[in-house]
Design a protein around this ligand. Sequence first.
Ligand code: NAP
Length: 319
Amino acid sequence: MAGAGPTAVLSSGKKMPLLGLGTWQSTSEQVINAVKTAIDAGYRHIDTAWVYGNEKDVGQAIKEKIAEGKIKREDVFVTTKLFVTFLQPEHVREAMMQSLGSLGLDYVDLYLIHNPQGFKYGTNPREIFMPTGNIEDIFDEVDYVETWKAMESLADEGLAKSIGVSNFNTQQLERLLQNCRIKPAVNQVELHPYLAQPELVDFCKRNDILVTAFSALGAPARPKVFSSGDEEPVLMEDPSVVAIAKKYGKSAAQVLLRYHLDRGVSVIPKSVTPSRIQANFDVMDFSLSKEDLTSLGQLDRKLRLVGAKLFVKHKYYPY
Ligand SMILES: NC(=O)c1ccc[n+]([C@@H]2O[C@H](COP(=O)([O-])OP(=O)(O)OC[C@H]3O[C@@H](n4cnc5c(N)ncnc54)[C@H](OP(=O)(O)O)[C@@H]3O)[C@@H](O)[C@H]2O)c1
């Protein structure tokens, strides 16, 4: 994966570029340009999900870059996610096939259980994020260990080169580790200086699970339904982050990305703005000192910006 920036070897033995492009909330039109711009800038890792509704466009952009001769399929690491309405083991393969069909690929590099909390098969995602009725009526307490067994079968078949999870806590990971044949290669979670989760990161490191940080820039454009409702500080404007950025002649965003790379954590900033896509990848020429990493660590206020209050009553609520 030449030009991909730093990579990690997953427990599956596969290599994953640590810096990737996020695509949540990127519309079809935006994401085609974003993915192409990112590939031109050197990104070799794209993160999407069934529920983002843009797998088809992500796939099209990759296809165009392959046709141009810019990359080969094996040069780009594609992650997608099993949505919560497909956690029933009998629906896992169907969801995988839908995603592969949309992406126009015959395998993904990484397939993640999007969230440990299952919902009734066939539920419209809109009903989950903006319920018109009682949310508990659409919960499905399917055991994620059973979901995982079906994920293992996808890995056996070669449809997913690596498999992992997202939004799992340490207890849930522990339970999975005790009941799996194939270890989860990755746990993708919200992570940034306001939500540093040192115990979770250490647990994953000890168990050879690569952590991927989402909303690393503080998800400034997240939908209201995901925020806590209180006055929330703006991570990219935090005075300590801004001061550190000034010291290195970098932007706050670049420092927030480097913070993860310097902790051995993967990170997937989302942007549809070409200059930002470029700038977010332009973080390979510096690293943060131990002191600066420590002061960023001291900003921790256990502030979850995405998803904090949704589904608290679910049996497998992870936070
Ligand atoms: N597994 C999960 O449950 C989960 C949950 C959330 C996110 N994710 C993944 O993680 C990715 C990243 O997280 P996120 O989308 O929540 O938030 P994020 O990456 O923290 O923030 C994205 C926002 O920051 C802006 N931005 C990007 N680069 C910037 C820069 N250099 N300077 C100033 N603003 C900048 C973007 O604007 P423009 O696009 O307008 O440039 C966009 O509004 C997602 O896209 C998705 O792939 C996964």
